[in-house]
Design a protein around this ligand. Structure first.
Ligand code: PHE
Length: 341
């Protein structure tokens, strides 16, 4: 019996086969258990001999079962380890990483530079009433500036008596909104999206501006010039001269368009050197009527405002010739200019 079971156990190939053997040998109705039951019918002398023998046999078989079980488990583990082996030296698949869009980067950078000069960020809606977008900025209904702006008008159903709305054509309406909200003195910038029906290499129907507004008792054009030169030098990382050209905006008086110094060499523009000039923004002293529309007294307060194209200065910094590419979402383009991995 002993030889039979030890042989079977050592030959068992799986845990379930082993379990069957256990039942067969030492289970309730197993061969050895039955033999032990027969002890009752034996004489005391026979029992004294057979009892310990059977007990020893049972122990031996139990420990053989346990040992084999452990052996099988080890083998199974080895098997699994072999199957799950992986080659950690294989090259990985390329992982592309996303990045911040160049316009957003420049937007953030503008905000940071102006923040260093004490400008807080103000905001306004992109869908604006024509009062904020035009009238309050001294552009009455008949004014040619309205026609020149290529405005997107919001459709109004017949009987809709809400005031007419437009997609804001510039960030200047935020001048009025922030004066209404905080009064004077104030120093804010407003970066944001603006809309005009225009499309070519340097115009897209949606683009970005950053508005600036500084109002106090004795702010002058000289302060404006300092702020702008400080901004451009920080932004381009080199001293940048500015040139003020007399201009006209209904909401500033006097008004100036501002150019920055640059060189043009076979198609590439370099800012901060050479004797060329490039227009980057409109500006001026805020018109008294605009201060009034914003609810502050023009006899007490004065200041400057400017509006600059964020996309325009992004193109200059990164040497990008076509504005439209900014909004094509072409990953090859983003990678080419180093904006994405
Ligand atoms: N709003 C003007 C534009 O979009 C720019 C500007 C802003 C000019 C503030 C003067 C003062 O062209």
């Amino acid at each position: 019996l002993k030889a039979k079971y030890l042989g079977l156990i050592s030959g068992a190939e799986s845990e379930s086969a082993l379990e069957e053997l256990r039942v067969q040998a030492v289970g309730k109705k197993g061969e050895i258990s039955l033999k032990m039951r027969e002890l009752g019918k034996m004489t005391p002398e026979e029992r004294q001999v057979m009892g310990p023998k059977l007990n020893a046999l049972k122990d031996e078989i139990n420990s053989a079962l346990a040992a084999k079980k452990a052996g099988l488990a080890d083998a199974a583990l080895d098997e699994r380890l072999k199957a799950e082996w992986l080659d950690v030296t294989l090259p990985t698949r390329t992982q592309r990483q996303g990045s911040i869009h160049p316009v957003s980067q420049v937007w953030e950078e503008c905000t940071a530079i102006f923040a260093d000069m004490g400008f807080a960020v103000a905001e306004g809606p992109q869908i604006e009433t024509d009062w904020y977008n035009f009238d309050a900025l001294n552009i009455p209904g008949h004014h040619p500036a309205r026609a020149e702006m290529d405005t997107f008008y919001m459709h109004r159903a017949e009987g809709d008596d809400r005031p007419p709305h437009v997609l804001r054509t510039h960030t200047s309406p935020v001048q009025i909104r922030s004066l209404e909200a905080t009064g004077a003195p104030t120093r804010i910038i407003c970066p944001g999206r603006v809309y005009r029906a225009d499309y070519d290499q340097t115009h897209t129907p949606m683009f970005h501006q950053v508005e600036g507004l500084a109002i106090d008792r004795d702010i002058s054009m000289a302060n404006l010039k300092w702020v702008l030169e400080e901004f451009f030098s920080a932004y381009f990382g080199t001293k940048v001269k500015t040139r003020f050209r007399a201009s006209h905006f209904p909401f500033t008086e006097p008004s100036a368009e501002v150019d920055i110094q640059c060189s043009w060499e076979n198609g590439t523009v370099k800012v901060g050197e050479g004797d060329g000039w490039l227009e980057v923004l409109g500006s001026g002293m805020v018109h008294p009527k605009v201060l009034q529309a914003g609810g502050i007294d023009p006899n007490e307060w004065q200041g400057f405002a400017f509006g600059m194209g964020i996309d325009r200065i992004a193109m200059l910094k990164y040497g990008i010739p076509d504005l439209r590419a900014f909004f094509d979402s072409d990953l090859r383009w983003l990678r080419h200019y180093g904006f994405s991995a």
